[in-house]
Write a protein that binds this ligand. Structure first.
Ligand code: T1G
Length: 693
């Protein structure tokens, strides 16, 4: 980190730097040093100050990696810096390039004026971290752009461009990036000459605005404490600035220590941590992939093509069935046209994406692609034929990826002459929407191919998580144990609506029975049949098979564990299924009992934790945080709880272990074997987080 100052005549130019995003770090001393330099320049003859930073953006805000358990040590220093800028005896002009976000924008708000490069982005995204702008933003932004617009920006956490910021009155001038230094100096000189009064403007806050915002928040499915507190802070902005700042600081500190914010901050940092491949030679640089071929134009292949086209790649969609290709091309085009209709994508951009798509019916069309992704039917013989054909047709240096979700990537690689270039890319359906992408490392996958695949994941807007080869990789392997508890709970006394209701009330986006009805119960059925052959010793409940044997595969057949009248997407409980479950319990000789929601949640969530500890110990997942990112981005685990492993840390591993042992006395043959890693960490008083490096 570095703070420097230079003079241009009587104007001081103060520059700070803290790569990679100029986070306002208290721990490294940046914030304290910057405050000292600004105060010193203001008191030693400079007639005005230009405040700028080096690097690719002005500042990404407070250093959330720094945050501990003491808000005052983490943010009070930023508030002191911002007070120093606001109280400067000479005018301060903030020169904003790249982005000014969170505390970075709050720093700029304390300046007397702001000049932005035309490419700059500005925003107060704290709410996405379960926080609120805690360094004056809730008080100064309303004074600058009005309470209504300020409230909308802080409640949404969205960023805006420089032009929109100028239209709102958030910045005073917008110039080309190369013009920024000169424009900032000119404005600083003008302010030095005019010496306008440094009074903090007042703002009128309309009571109806506050009341409406509160009502809208209360009506949300999941009201957020952060949003409620932002509304309270904006209400306080109508009073004296000092009082408002005191309200903001108090509510910020409360949020910073909240479980929800801890989980959301873990989710933010974790998404970036999992991009790192432990032990990868730093000299290995990922290749930039510009062209792709996707083989198979079904739901997955079409979704993958949309994701790649949206990332600016050219895509050749290959399928032996011309009518399937035609349907896929129509679906892809409609996806972009719908985005244009909603104002989310310009007509030009939509046209460019559609133009970047071509089709073919022969694998030879993959010859020029940088990467080829097969998304054909999940059958070993079909995969063998397609992979061998691609291996012969592709460029020797091109990457060959399989979208398989259940097959052994090493076995698939064995169908080619060059297994080193084979990697698994397990997309989640719908592939153009779901953010998770499991990158499956084969035994022989070349490290450069891995690095390129992880970088590719980031470039197409996915959260790439590296997984080793095992049945189900990370996500579905844990999901199997989660479902195992669901079947047991149904046999022991719970019913579908109670299980789904308990887990959704806890925060899961969708209950497991609904998930399986949506995905298709037949998918689970075929996996259980395969596993019954491959792993005969593994106990399985017959209950889901009984439902499948009735041809009840879920939404797609109008009935699964729920009924879907007239193809409705929202299922309704079916007394027939309840009766089937009760009959099944009786046939198993199980005396059903009332099961509380808490037990349902503990058994299902701790099943994820326990299996997560096993996949980490086996090296299938690199770190516990990788398991968290899989569940947050692919399985609807509530972000406020940070993921299974983070959640277990927050509960305390000794307690989690104790509860698993209590459940382990369950049914014969279904005993839970607590994961050795969980036992070891609990005994040592450590957390899973200590393994996240
Ligand atoms: N704190 C700590 N580390 C951060 C960070 C931050 N605010 N922002 C980014 N990083 C790290 C990130 O983890 C990654 O680390 C590297 O920087 C590059 O990030 C007082 C309390 C700025 C738009 O919410 O939106 O201010 O993996 O890959 O794609 O009221 O980062 O390299 O080790 O995302 O170019 C509010 C969060 C904080 C903005 C850059 N600010 N950051 O995107 O790079 S709370 C935010 C971003 C606050 C005040 C409150 C983006 C970016 P590593 P990256 P990028």
């Amino acid at each position: 980190m570095r703070v420097s100052t230079e003079r241009d005549g009587e104007i001081a130019i103060v520059t700070f730097a803290n790569p990679p995003v100029n986070a306002l770090s208290v721990g490294t001393g940046l914030v304290g040093e910057l405050a000292r330099v600004v105060a010193n320049e203001g008191a030693s003859g400079a007639r005005a100050i230009v405040l700028r930073s080096d690097g690719r953006l002005f500042s990404g805000g407070a250093d959330i990696a720094d945050f501990g358990d003491d808000p005052d040590s983490d943010v009070a220093g930023i508030r002191a810096l911002i007070d120093c800028v606001a109280a400067s005896k000479v005018p301060v002009v903030a020169a904003i390039h790249g982005a000014a976000l969170g505390g970075g924008l709050e720093l700029a708000l304390a300046a007397q004026a702001r000049v932005a490069a035309d490419s700059a982005k500005l925003g107060l995204p704290e709410v996405t971290l379960g926080l609120l702008p805690g360094a004056g933003g809730t008080q100064r932004l309303p004074r600058l752009i009005g309470a209504d617009k300020a409230l909308e920006l802080m409640l949404s956490g969205r960023t805006i461009g420089a032009a929109q910021a100028q239209a709102l009155g958030l910045v005073d001038a917008v110039v080309g990036e190369s013009e920024l230094p000169r424009a900032a100096l000119a404005l600083a000189r003008r302010l030095a000459d005019e010496a306008p009064p440094r009074t903090e403007r007042a703002v009128s806050v309309d009571a109806a605005t506050i009341a409406n915002a509160r009502a809208a928040e209360a009506a949300r499915a999941r009201p957020s404490l952060a949003r409620q507190h932002i509304i309270t802070c904006v209400e306080a902005a109508g009073s004296d600035l000092r009082d408002g700042l005191a309200v903001e600081a108090r509510l910020f500190n409360e949020l910073m220590l909240s479980e929800a914010s801890r989980g959301l901050r873990h989710a933010f940092l974790g998404e970036r941590m999992v991009q790192r491949i432990a032990g990868l030679d730093p000299a290995i640089r990922p290749r930039r992939l510009a062209s792709a071929a996707v083989v198979g134009s079904g739901t997955m292949g079409g979704g993958i093509a949309i994701a790649l086209l949206a990332a600016g790649m050219t895509v050749t969609l290959i399928d032996t069935q011309p009518d399937a290709l035609a349907r896929a091309v129509a679906r892809i085009g409609k996806t972009f046209d719908d985005q244009t209709a909603k104002g989310r994508l310009s007509a030009e951009a939509a046209a460019a994406r559609k133009a970047a798509l071509s089709t073919a019916t022969d694998l030879a069309a993959s010859a020029q692609a940088d990467i080829v992704i097969e998304a054909v039917f999940e059958d070993l013989d079909v995969k063998r034929s397609v992979l061998a054909g691609l291996d012969a047709a592709m460029r020797p240096d091109a990457i060959l990826a399989s979208n398989t979700s259940t097959l052994d990537v090493d076995r698939l690689a064995g169908f080619t002459r060059n297994p080193a270039r084979v990697v698994g890319l397990h997309f989640f359906s719908p592939a153009n929407i779901m953010r998770l992408l499991e990158v499956i490392r084969g035994r022989e996958t070349d490290p450069e191919v891995l690095a390129t695949a992880m970088d590719f994941a980031r470039r197409i807007g996915k959260v790439g998580v590296l997984s080793g080869v095992c049945d189900g990789f990370i996500g579905n392997r844990l999901f199997e144990e989660y479902l195992r508890q669901v079947w047991l709970l149904l046999e022991e006394g719970a019913l579908p609506a109670q299980i789904d209701g308990a887990l959704e009330a806890w925060g899961m986006a969708m209950g497991p029975l609904k998930v399986m009805d949506l995905a298709g119960q037949d998918i689970g059925w075929s996996i259980r049949k395969r596993r019954a052959v491959e792993q005969p010793g593994r106990p399985y409940s017959k209950l889901p098979d009984l439902v499948c044997e009735l041809g009840r595969f879920g939404q797609k057949t109008g009935a699964g564990f729920y009924l879907y009248p007239e193809g409705a997407r929202k299922g309704v409980p079916d007394p027939e299924i309840d009766a089937l479950i009760l009959r099944h319990s009786a046939e198993q000789g199980i005396e059903r009992r009332a099961i509380g929601d808490e037990e349902i949640v503990e058994r299902c969530v701790y099943a994820l934790v326990n299996e997560g500890a096993k996949v980490v110990a086996e090296g299938i997942a690199q770190r516990p945080v990788d398991v968290d990112m899989v569940y947050l981005n692919g399985y609807g685990f509530p972000a406020e709880r940070g993921g299974p492993m983070f959640y277990a840390d927050r509960i305390g591993l000794p307690h989690v272990l104790e509860r698993i042992r209590a459940f382990a006395a369950g049914r014969e043959g279904w005993a839970w074997e607590p994961a050795p890693l969980l036992v070891e960490l609990a005994a040592a008083g450590k957390s899973f987080g200590t393994l996240n490096r």
